[in-house]
Design a protein around this ligand. Structure first.
Ligand code: GCO
Ligand code: MG
Length: 419
């Protein structure tokens, strides 16, 4: 070939793959794919509070097929598992496919000696804006939390606070002032706690609370708010209209995401930007929303979305319709899938914002060494080849799976509602 040599041109094989479950404060599901050329790749299959299921899907069904495959053929391998599953889609399968796909892209980047963003088309920006979660038991407590993020240089915050008269803490807010809302999984077992929800109190209180936050912090701060699927379509339309003067960066998951017509109703009544998709797991969950321009931000995570290969297609489709990215970044995504998102964020011409809740503890950094850095509210992606994050197996041996659960939500009369 004209004297040119490409590493591993003739043959290359996957020799082994292993799954690890555990981590500091989260049951991260980490996949490591080994090759006959010594290069390995890492993927994340963490499905919050159902972690053993993608792990078993990988171990029992996918890894035995993976051994002997050429890791450079990431497209064909993705199609092999997706089409070959017959029963397609769903978060468990897609998280498992996603981990394999991330690991194969990691290997590809290492073979090319390039960071993934360069393989995607190069950087479109130097830093990618992130948002943190400001949270408060009540509004003054939330104001303190917002102020502390501003001091740290954040340019965007998601704001959630307790609702007066609500019998329990509402979504993602602490029971007590100064506490943490949703960062720490409840590892007390698989039986969930119950939260009580009251739509009327929320609808009456939250728009004015958001207005007070805007008045206190001024027009430059990007404010986001997550309804977490709790409203009916008409209520969501009324809420989106009521908060228009606040100028939210986005209103997230106003209604349960299965009902896509609900988004049309919201759109007809308001210009508040809408973000949705953290529970989606394929392009078929969002292609109509995107094509009909009923949303402004697409929230799929690279993990549940089946990896980098399908996510790049979703990002490109979104770009055709002025829909920007706002990838899910709850702490249940390990630094591996967050790194995959950092590379997509650096490249995507239609990047919007990245949710950023990395635990940032010394334990987490020791388990997943990397030099992706947060500076002035922006992520600066690592220039290391591949994903630019490693996995320390000796550290991993310190952790094991712990059963945990999301809360369930009921109305005051006992009716089960959406968490
Ligand atoms: C978000 C989400 C999360 C989810 C969590 C469920 O916007 O980050 O709503 O906080 O509640 O991912 O596992
Ligand atoms: Mg959310």
């Amino acid at each position: 070939m004209g004297g040119r040599h490409r590493r591993g041109e003739d043959s290359m094989k996957i020799t082994d793959a292993q799954v690890f479950v555990g981590g500091p404060g989260k049951n991260y599901v980490t996949l490591k794919i080994m090759t006959d050329q010594g290069v390995y790749g890492l993927g994340d299959a963490t499905l919050n509070n159902r972690e053993t299921l993608p792990a078993a899907y990988l171990t029992d069904y996918l890894i035995p097929n993976l051994i002997g495959m050429d890791p450079r053929r990431s497209e064909d391998i993705w199609q092999f598992f997706y089409r070959g599953a017959y029963f397609r889609r769903g978060p468990i399968a897609m998280a498992a496919f996603g981990a394999i796909d991330m690991a194969l892209w990691d290997i590809k980047g290492k073979l090319a000696n390039m960071p993934l963003y360069d393989l995607f088309g190069g950087k479109s920006r130097d830093g990618a804006m992130v948002y943190a979660h400001a949270t408060g038991a009540d509004l003054p407590d939330l104001m303190d939390s917002v102020a502390s993020y501003l001091e740290q240089g954040y340019k965007a915050v998601r704001v959630q606070c307790g609702i007066p008269g609500m019998p329990t803490a509402s979504y993602a807010v602490p029971d007590q002032k100064g506490g943490k809302g949703d960062y720490i999984t409840d590892f007390s077992g698989i039986l969930p706690k119950t939260e009580i929800w009251d739509t009327d109190r929320y609808m009456r209180y939250m728009p004015s609370a958001l207005g007070e936050i805007r008045d206190r912090f001024g027009p430059d701060l990007h404010l986001l708010h997550d309804v977490h699927h709790r409203l009916l379509p008409r209520e969501a339309a009324a809420f989106a209209r009521a908060v228009e003067p606040v100028g939210l960066y986005w209103l997230e998951d106003p209604t349960p995401s299965e009902d896509q017509d609900a988004l049309r109703l919201i759109r007809q009544h308001s210009t508040t930007p809408i973000a949705i998709g953290e529970v989606f797991n394929s392009v078929y969950d969002c292609n109509k929303l995107i094509e009909n321009e009923l949303i402004d931000f697409i929230r799929l995570a690279v993990t549940y979305g089946g990896g980098i290969t399908p996510m790049k297609r979703i990002v490109d489709l979104a770009g055709l319709h002025h829909v920007r990215t706002g990838f899910h970044g709850a702490p249940s995504h390990s630094p591996i899938s967050m790194a995959a998102q950092y590379h997509l964020n650096a490249w995507a011409p239609n990047f919007g914002i990245q949710e950023y809740l990395v635990l940032g503890t010394p334990e987490c950094d020791a388990l997943f060494p990397s030099d992706h850095t947060l500076r002035d509210g922006m992520i600066h992606v690592s220039d290391a080849p591949g994903l630019g994050v490693d996995f320390d197996e000796r550290e991993a041996a310190r952790y094991e799976y712990k059963a945990g659960s999301h809360p369930v939500v009921r109305l005051q009369d006992g009716t089960l509602w959406n968490y």
